[in-house]
Design a protein around this ligand. Structure first.
Ligand SMILES: *[C@@H]1O[C@H](CO)[C@@H](O)[C@H](O)[C@H]1NC(C)=O
Ligand SMILES: *[C@@H]1O[C@H](CO)[C@@H](O)[C@H](O)[C@H]1NC(C)=O
Ligand SMILES: *[C@@H]1O[C@H](CO)[C@@H](O)[C@H](O)[C@H]1NC(C)=O
Ligand SMILES: *[C@@H]1O[C@H](CO)[C@@H](O)[C@H](O)[C@H]1NC(C)=O
Ligand SMILES: *[C@@H]1O[C@H](CO)[C@@H](O)[C@H](O)[C@H]1NC(C)=O
Ligand SMILES: *[C@@H]1O[C@H](CO)[C@@H](O)[C@H](O)[C@H]1NC(C)=O
Length: 572
């Protein structure tokens, strides 16, 4: 006891009487030093610096010239190695010099034995480490390191991995380092689960690690592969674990987008199944139009193969005799389509085809999505203005029950546009897409040929391939600025209502064989050229252009009569 307290006492004396005064002394010394340096005038300092720079530049230029002439003469010696080393340590992005260095090293490989080569390359790695310390984002240094590591007779991959770890812990967005790391992992055969643990560690220390979430998404399918049925790259058990991990992340910091991106990746991976959604046959027009569920390459329908989701084909004339009932069958991509007797078309019934628009998040079981929605709703109560959370809730609601959640979805979009006004155009387009999907889901294809989506703040049109058979479309009172090229898919369209929009361009109203009537009151059509596409619609009879700037043009009536001779009822 006594000895112990004696020690403590001695410690105390040491501390009070020696260490503290010593620290004070050091501090005073530093201050004095600092003060003395200050005494020099700035002009003097500048002059000194300039001289120093000039001297360095001279040395640099001389070394560079020496290197170049040596390379020209095909000299691969130690001196060249020294010179390039000096130059590269001050400027690691000098690609020519790295190339020269590689030539020298490859030459040395041929004249030295393996142990010597190993030593040379180890020295090279050491040198590279010092370069990376100066500039951790130098492409030249990382690239050269990759080259050296691949040639090293006895590589030490563990050391390389830990180098990457250190670099990434300083800056996890160092993509050269990620590239190198991937190479190391590949070359060394590090098991994928070790790598997954690595991302665990990164994410555990700071959730805001884009690169590690992303890296994770590339590793998981390798480690926990899943059968093609249901199509999902990772197995369900692991998926549930991932949900939990990522939820921890966004509950901890709801404004950190890296975790939300990963969450979206986890939730939505399904591709929409390729199938025929609609076939339309017109014997009068000798045409077949086929709509696919997603863009496909079909070369028989067009002369040059191109990706599209709708194709038309000229029908060879079919002779129908009373003795031969003339049913038409299509066998396309393994789907047999048989238009009902008398009818001229066949379509998948979108009302019963629940999967139609759910592809984005459809792989998961409903119960899983339901519980994800609950978690997000909880978070949203705490953070009502968090845009990531709102957007994820919208997507989950759409995956679960697009029509049932329509009202909530619209309200959430409204909030999103307010809290994230910079992206309000994106949200408007996304909302338009969902509104169109809902309207299509509500249609019963078999009977309804009218598609009405007026007064819904639409800013864009999509899924027009689903409307192949529609004869009447009402787009009034939206915020549309154009009728896009996909509009040409509405092959059966007879009446188009688009009053009260901001339409400037009609490029999609092109070659619509049945179009008879277009209502375009209160839009922004201003020149005759904007109406040019209509000239390709042979049956156009009625055109309403009231309230458009074009009506102010002089002699517009006669010009229109010339452009659109088939129109008999023109309202200006
Ligand atoms: C990513 O993880 C590393 C490793 O733990 C960490 O040091 C780094 O700070 C993280 N990156 C960010 C942006 O937080
Ligand atoms: C995590 O990384 C982000 C982005 O670099 C940083 O803003 C944040 O402060 C870090 N958080 C912690 C706890 O280190
Ligand atoms: C579709 O066609 C394009 C252009 O010819 C081609 O680049 C692409 O690979 C094709 N896709 C498929 C799935 O065949
Ligand atoms: C189209 O929508 C507008 C606006 O809702 C409406 O006034 C008009 O009657 C609709 N047209 C038809 C044919 O229903
Ligand atoms: C259209 O936008 C207005 C103004 O932002 C909003 O009040 C209205 O509810 C929206 N209508 C629909 C159907 O979303
Ligand atoms: C277009 O807007 C005007 C004025 O707001 C309104 O009176 C008219 O009913 C609207 N037309 C359609 C088809 O919605």
């Amino acid at each position: 006891m006594i000895v112990e307290s004696l020690y403590k006492y001695v410690d105390y004396i040491l501390y009070k009487l020696i260490i503290i005064p010593a620290l004070w002394g050091l501090l005073i010394f530093c201050l004095l030093q600092h003060g003395r340096v200050k005494i020099k005038s700035t002009a003097q300092q500048e002059e000194e610096k300039r001289k120093e720079r000039e001297k360095k530049l001279k040395i640099y230029v001389a070394a560079r010239d020496a290197c170049f002439s040596k390379r020209k003469d095909g000299v691969w010696d130690d001196e060249a190695l020294q010179l390039t080393q000096q130059l590269l340590s001050s400027n690691p992005d000098f690609a020519t010099l790295w190339n020269y260095r590689r030539e020298i090293l490859m030459h040395l490989e041929t004249v030295k034995d393996e142990d010597e080569v190993q030593k040379i390359y180890e020295a090279e790695l050491f040198f590279l480490e010092s370069c990376l310390k100066v500039n951790p984002k130098s492409y030249g240094s990382w690239h050269h390191r990759g080259w050296v590591s691949a040639r090293l007779p006895r590589p030490d991959w563990a050391r390389e991995l830990s180098l990457c770890d250190r670099c990434l812990s300083l800056d996890d967005r160092n993509f050269h380092c990620w590239d190198y790391r991937r190479m190391v992992v590949k070359m060394s055969g590090v098991p994928v689960d070790k790598e997954l643990e690595f991302t665990d560690r990164l994410i555990g220390s700071n959730f805001s690690n884009y690169s590690s979430w992303h890296y994770r998404s590339t590793l998981l399918p390798l480690l926990h592969p899943e059968s093609p049925e249901p199509p999902s790259p990772i197995c369900e058990e692991q998926l549930l674990k991932e949900y939990e991990l990522v939820q921890n992340a966004f509950f901890t910091d709801p404004n950190d987008q890296s975790a939300w991106f990963y969450y979206r990746w986890l939730l939505g991976r399904a591709e929409r199944e390729e199938m025929i959604s609609c076939v339309y046959v017109s014997r009068d027009e000798e045409r077949v139009a086929v709509a696919f569920s997603r863009p496909v390459n079909v070369s028989i329908f067009t002369y040059s193969p191109k990706k599209n989701s709708i194709f038309t084909l000229k029908l060879p004339s079919i002779e129908c005799r009373a003795s031969c009932p003339c049913d038409i069958y299509f066998v396309l991509l393994g789907t047999v389509c048989r238009p009902a007797a008398g009818a001229r078309c066949w379509c998948r019934d979108s009302a019963t085809d629940q999967e139609l628009f759910r592809s984005e998040l459809s792989v998961e079981k409903t119960s899983v999505l339901q519980s994800e929605l609950q978690s997000c709703n909880q978070l949203q109560e705490l953070e009502p203005l968090n845009k990531w959370c709102l957007l994820t809730i919208i997507l989950l609601m759409r995956a679960l029950d697009p029509l049932g959640y329509e009202k909530e979805t619209l309200a959430h979009f409204q909030t999103l546009k307010e809290v994230d006004s910079m992206r309000s155009a994106y949200y408007s387009d996304l909302c338009s897409k969902f509104m169109i999907e809902n309207t299509i889901l509500k249609m019963e294809y078999a009977e309804v040929r009218v598609f009405s989506i007026s007064d819904k703040n639409l800013t864009t049109l999509c899924h027009l391939d689903q409307l192949l058979l529609v004869t009447h479309i009402n787009l009034s009172s939206n915020q549309l600025q154009r009728l896009p090229p996909q509009f040409a898919m509405l092959q059966c369209l007879e009446v188009l209502e688009a009053d009260n929009n901001s339409i400037e361009s009609l490029e999609g109203v092109y070659h619509l064989p049945k179009l008879e009537e277009i209502l375009l009151r209160n839009n922004k059509i201003s020149t005759l050229a904007d109406l040019q596409p209509l000239a390709s619609c042979p049956k156009l009879k009625r055109l309403d252009l009231r309230g458009n700037p074009i009506t102010q043009t002089s002699s517009i009536e006669s010009q229109l009569a010339e452009l659109l001779p088939s129109v008999t009822e023109l309202l200006l």
